[in-house]
Ligand binder design. Structure first.
Ligand code: ADP
Ligand code: MG
Length: 229
């Protein structure tokens, strides 16, 4: 619809702006970090301040890096990719963190799913799956399973990321994906917002449901490439 189009245009303008600003912030950040390290530790206070400055800079750096991912999509970067291979690559990366908590990431799919290709910007989609998996791991923080389930529904593929974390209460659920909303000590609150934008750029949908004490389910639906439907 007209309104959706307007919204997606607004998002890409915001994305372009954010990426531009983020890029400009990076250079002065690097030089600040360098100079802070050069200041000598004259007193105990000075070295404490130095540590605080460095950790605050790290935080700015983290936010800037996430903002850079908002860059405007270029049509030319879309390519047909084998979905399962893409997901498996991401799982390999997420496993380096999952292993520390004894968390298993399990894929559930049939032969039909193995034939699915999607038109996508590979790196951006990987970022989405990684954000969602990282959130699941960070929520669980102890041993358990994360399931990734796949379903074909008409001309769409539905992916479900199901965790056994503490879940999210109804009143908090509405805040997810809002800019800077985080409940973590060193979270940025940008992961879900960026992920939602990327999924929308791919003409997909992202939906989160949760039950306190049971876990959280992130559902992502994406259009199938016409030849695989
Ligand atoms: P960040 O991970 O930096 O906090 P996100 O946008 O990725 O930012 O997530 C925002 C918030 O949503 C998290 O801080 C957390 O409170 C909540 N959240 C996201 N995924 C889950 C999950 N799987 N289980 C419980 N809470 C979650
Ligand atoms: Mg996150």
């Amino acid at each position: 619809s007209e309104k959706q189009l307007q919204h997606s245009e607004q998002l890409s303008v915001i994305g372009e702006l954010a990426a531009g600003v983020a890029h400009e912030i990076r250079n002065p950040l690097t030089s600040l970090k360098g100079f802070i390290q050069l200041i000598s530790h004259e007193s105990k206070e000075a070295s404490t301040y130095q540590e605080i400055m460095t950790s605050e800079l790290e935080r700015i750096n983290l936010i800037v890096n996430e903002l850079l991912l908002l860059a405007k999509p270029k049509e030319a970067d879309y390519e047909s990719k084998h979905l399962l291979s893409l997901v498996k690559t991401v799982v390999t990366i997420a496993n380096t963190q999952a292993i520390l908590y004894n968390i298993q990431i399990k894929l559930v799919y049939n032969e039909e799913i193995d034939k699915v290709y999607i038109e996508c910007e590979e790196n951006k989609l990987k970022q989405v799956f990684l954000n969602v998996l990282k959130n699941a791991i960070e929520a669980m923080e102890k041993e358990g399973d994360i399931y990734i389930k796949f379903k074909k529904l008409g001309d769409r593929i539905i992916m479900q990321f199901i965790d056994e974390g503490p879940g999210i209460s109804k009143d908090k659920l509405a805040n997810l994906g809002k800019r800077f909303y985080t409940t973590k000590q060193d979270g940025t609150g940008l992961g879900l917002m960026i992920s939602k934008n990327i999924v929308r750029e791919h003409k997909g949908d992202m939906d989160i449901t949760s039950e306190v004490g049971v876990g959280t389910k992130v559902e992502i639906s994406l259009p199938l490439k016409s030849s695989s439907s």
